[in-house]
Design a protein around this ligand. Structure first.
Ligand SMILES: Nc1nc2c(ncn2[C@@H]2O[C@H](COP(=O)(O)OP(=O)(O)OP(=O)(O)O)[C@@H](O)[C@H]2O)c(=O)[nH]1
Ligand SMILES: [Mg+2]
Length: 194
């Protein structure tokens, strides 16, 4: 069982070679830098400062594992942040790709996309990879508080079309600021872990 009420920081990894063998089911949070992965994770577990959040992109620079009962929540570094050195960007790419290319117990990948904008090319690549690899995934649209409800729904339809998301793949609109959609997201995640 996954338990959102008793989540603890486990460990961080700076290279994919350091990653431990996968035992428990993993729920990973992927998305471009600054999309709100760490904020979402904190909101999901009701802890303000568990995962580090920053206004500046590029905050999460390692793969961070959190234990949540019999599952792991995995906070990934963001992709697509241009303002860091090439070597740092290469290291992040190695981490993200290295993680997904391992034979792991992927229960669910939450692919985060900013609800305000069309998916970026890197978002398209990420979702395309998840579809190709047939990994269990869902779309989490972030920063829903920044648009009206009707605009959010329009954007969900547009992004669904853009990325070729099928009707069986969950898409939830969330706000880590206001809490909208968080309970729905917990329920979706629970469906994949049992
Ligand atoms: N208004 C609003 N701001 C948000 C929301 N979620 C995140 N933010 C803000 O977006 C910024 C980035 O949030 P993070 O959670 O650090 O984003 P991240 O995806 O973990 O970023 P990296 O670790 O750099 O990849 C912070 O300033 C957050 O306060 C949201 O739902 N609404
Ligand atoms: Mg982060």
């Amino acid at each position: 069982m996954i338990n959102f009420r008793n989540v603890q920081y486990d460990r961080s990894y700076g290279t994919s070679a350091q990653l431990p063998e996968s035992t428990l089911p993993e729920i990973a949070f992927a998305g471009r830098s600054n999309v709100g992965k760490s904020s979402l994770l904190n909101k999901l577990v009701g802890q303000k400062n568990l995962a580090r959040v920053s206004q500046k992109p590029g905050k999460t620079a390692t793969i961070n594992f959190f234990t949540a009962g019999d599952a792991y929540l995995v906070d990934l570094p963001g992709y697509g942040y241009a303002q860091v050195s090439h070597s740092e960007r290469d290291r992040w790419a190695e981490l993200i790709e290295g993680y997904f290319n391992q034979d792991r117990n992927f229960a669910l990948v939450c692919s985060l996309i900013d609800v305000r904008h069309p998916a970026t090319e890197l978002d398209e690549n990420m979702v395309g990879f998840l579809q190709e690899a047939e990994l269990p995934y869902m779309i989490v649209l972030t920063k829903g508080d920044k648009l009206s409800k009707s605009k959010c729904n329009q954007q969900r339809a547009a992004i669904k079309r853009q990325l070729g998301i099928d009707d069986d793949t969950p898409m939830v609109i969330t706000s880590s600021l206001k809490g909208d959609g968080i309970e729905d997201l917990r329920r979706e995640i629970e469906q994949f872990v049992r």
